[in-house]
Design a protein around this ligand. Sequence first.
Ligand code: DSN
Length: 424
Amino acid sequence: MSALRDTDPALYALLRAEERRQFEQIRLIPSENYTSSAVIEATASVLTNKYSEGYPGKRYYEGQEVVDQVEGLAIERAKALFGAEHANVQPYSGSPANLAVYVALCKPGDTILGLSLPHGGHLTHGWGVSVTGQFYKPERYEVHPDTHRLDYDAIRRKALEVRPRVIVAGATAYPRTIDFEAFGAIAREVGAYLLCDIAHIAGLVVGGVHPSPVPHADVVSTTTHKTLRGPRGGLLLCREAHAKAIDKAVFPGLQGGPHEHTIAGLAVALAEAAQPDFKLYARAIVDNAKALAEALLERGFRLVTGGTDNHLILIDATSKGATGKELSRAMALAGLEANMNTIPFDPRKPFDPSGVRIGTPSVTSRGMGAPEMIAIADFIARSNESRGDPQALERIRLEVAAMCRAFRPPVGAAALYIPGRGAE
Ligand code: DSN
């Protein structure tokens, strides 16, 4: 970053500080990850200089001979990796991707049936403060009151009652496997389109540790920077029958010029995710999450649904006398990055909820394994006990930083980080 250092030392210093922070902390936010250096190089390339409204072969600007090939590569890799008939790699991120699906498949006022936000759904699944809950008629399903798992009989009954145009299957805070086949059957029975939002689990799907929604869905949406380990962006996959409507909704419906530098980074990430090592990585994410969940249960934490099948764990902080905010703050001061989160049927408010959401994509990218998951559970338990004791939290932070020094993140390294490599 020598040009940046010389041109803008202030920003250079900030980026170095963030790099150090990402190195010295245990990053447990389940929607974050470390990309490879190759992804960062492609994302930081000259493609940021180029406008390319339209799609490969049909653009509104000259000079597309390289860009068309870059976007074509990303499209072909996405189709091959997910086994999809059509891919649109232009959505700027997950929210515009989901909105594009509704624009493509619905008229304003049509009914969208999605998982309630406090039960693990996303804003763009029709929550009221999102335009998806304002331009369309939102209906919601919830998790089962006892098991806190998706209840497919109840979802079917709700779908029969409200007859949605689109059913959304997918979550941002659900620790269990989603049965996309069951969703597909419900959607067909009620004559709805099925949108599967796999933003959180895309890497687990292509890694073969979560069933693919592609055979069951009309459209699959995802972000590209979570378990998929690409640059920040969005991706839509669909049946050929919806290709035209989806493409039209993304451009010119919602967006202007695509971010081809991000699309280049995505092309790299998709190639990386097609490597055999990526399957090991996906498996290790889940193994680590299960080991961490087990260790937390042993230390007396209540976990929503009692554990996890995927990359994500939802801790009920109130089971250890804290609020979600108190626990996530104590963890942050101890160098453990997480986010407070509502839990199903939470009596508390979203800005002061009962839960803390953690996950293992980032720590697995650093090569951490089962012993480190036990250490992390200990750090979390000790952070909770040390709430309100800055000196004790600082002592934990030093231990966390020491552990982190042994597990380099991939930034700055030439090769893709794979589980078990650890420090080099
Ligand atoms: N904001 C993302 C998350 O953290 O889960 C969802 O889009």
